[in-house]
Design a protein around this ligand. Structure first.
Ligand code: DAH
Length: 330
């Protein structure tokens, strides 16, 4: 009996304890064998014999159960240690994405005008001659068409060279008043430090009853817009020419690199040209059938804004998809 109890207590793992269980309590185990001896015990002693065996069995079972609990607790402890997670260890570093600087600049521009109740319009990138040129007061063979090197398709279609055709599409679809911007992708046959064949523009157009839209309105909104984009800069309007506006102006900000003193970026002029604008030419209204209205329009290149805001020297680098460059703008 003592010996059997030793067997139980000496088991040092659940596995050995299980072997001991089979050895003691199993069908062919030691206890079964002892019970089998019952048949040889003379009648009057049977009862005492059986009682003795049962007592032993119960005692062994109790030791077994107690030892099982001890080993089980040890096993759980061991597993917990083995499977423990060190929460102070660094995890895998996840790469954080970010908006492309051009899109980020675009969003900032859109936010400004949306806050002033401009609708955001869009149009197709594959345009036709009418919307991209003709309706914008750029008749065939007009020399101003040379200002924009156009990608043409064989069927006469073209990749839009500016977002101005969205003006035309919006006016053809709606009645005045109109207050819209058109952000979008445009294409020109150009490739150098500051030009890529694909780039982005934001066009703006405001049309209302005749006499309700003035050059002063245009100046005031664009001055405020440019100071929102670039901070405390000076803004100047220079007379210029666009076929779709009359009068037209190009807008400069004081150079943000040298604060107007003159540097390489501003070609020592102290000024950076950032957009074109003007009062909508009556011929444009004629081509969309608008009468007795007045309006102003403007157009800007998003990449130029992004280059200036982030001091990017080569525009082409923005479209090469080099993650090392893009990571700098997170
Ligand atoms: N469409 C012109 C361009 O691509 C930009 C522009 C200038 C748009 C003056 C306008 C405007 O609406 O009034 O160069």
């Amino acid at each position: 009996m003592k010996e059997l109890e030793e067997k139980i207590i000496q088991a040092d793992s659940l596995e050995t304890l299980e072997k001991v269980r089979v050895e003691l309590f199993g069908k062919k185990g030691i206890l079964s064998a002892q019970f089998a001896k019952m048949k040889d015990v003379p009648g009057p002693e049977k009862k005492a014999f059986a009682e003795g065996l049962n007592k032993n069995k119960a005692a062994l079972q109790a030791s077994f159960d107690a030892h099982y609990e001890v080993l089980k607790a040890e096993e759980i402890e061991r597993l917990l240690k083995a499977e423990a997670i060190d929460v102070s260890l660094y995890g895998t570093i996840a790469h954080k994405g970010a908006l492309h600087p051009v899109m980020e600049t675009m969003d900032k521009i859109i936010d400004y005008f949306v806050a002033l109740n401009f609708a955001v319009e869009s149009g197709p990138m594959v345009e036709d001659d009418f919307h991209n040129f003709e309706a914008l007061n750029l008749p065939k063979y007009h020399p101003a068409r040379d200002m924009q090197d156009t990608f043409y398709f064989k069927d006469g279609g073209l990749l839009r060279t500016h977002t101005s055709p969205v003006q035309i599409r919006t006016m053809l679809e709606r009645k005045p008043p109109i207050r819209m911007i058109a952000p979008g992708t445009v294409f020109r046959r150009d490739y150098d430090l500051t030009h890529t064949p694909m780039f982005h523009q934001v066009e703006g157009l405001v049309v209302d009853e005749k006499g309700r839209v003035s050059f002063a309105n245009l100046k005031s909104i664009l001055t405020d817009f440019l100071q929102y984009m670039f901070g405390e800069v000076e803004v100047r309007f220079r007379p210029s020419f666009f076929p779709f506006t009359e009068p037209s102006a190009e807008v400069d900000i004081s150079c943000i690199f040298c604060e107007g003193k003159g540097c390489r970026v501003c070609s020592h002029t102290g000024w950076l040209e950032v957009l074109g604008c003007g009062i909508v030419d009556p011929n444009v209204f004629k081509s969309v059938g608008y009468e007795d209205v007045s309006g102003y329009a403007f157009g800007l290149g998003v990449e130029r804004f992004a280059m200036l805001m982030h001091k990017i020297p080569d525009l082409r680098s923005l479209f090469e998809g080099d993650i090392r460059l893009l990571e700098q703008f997170r």
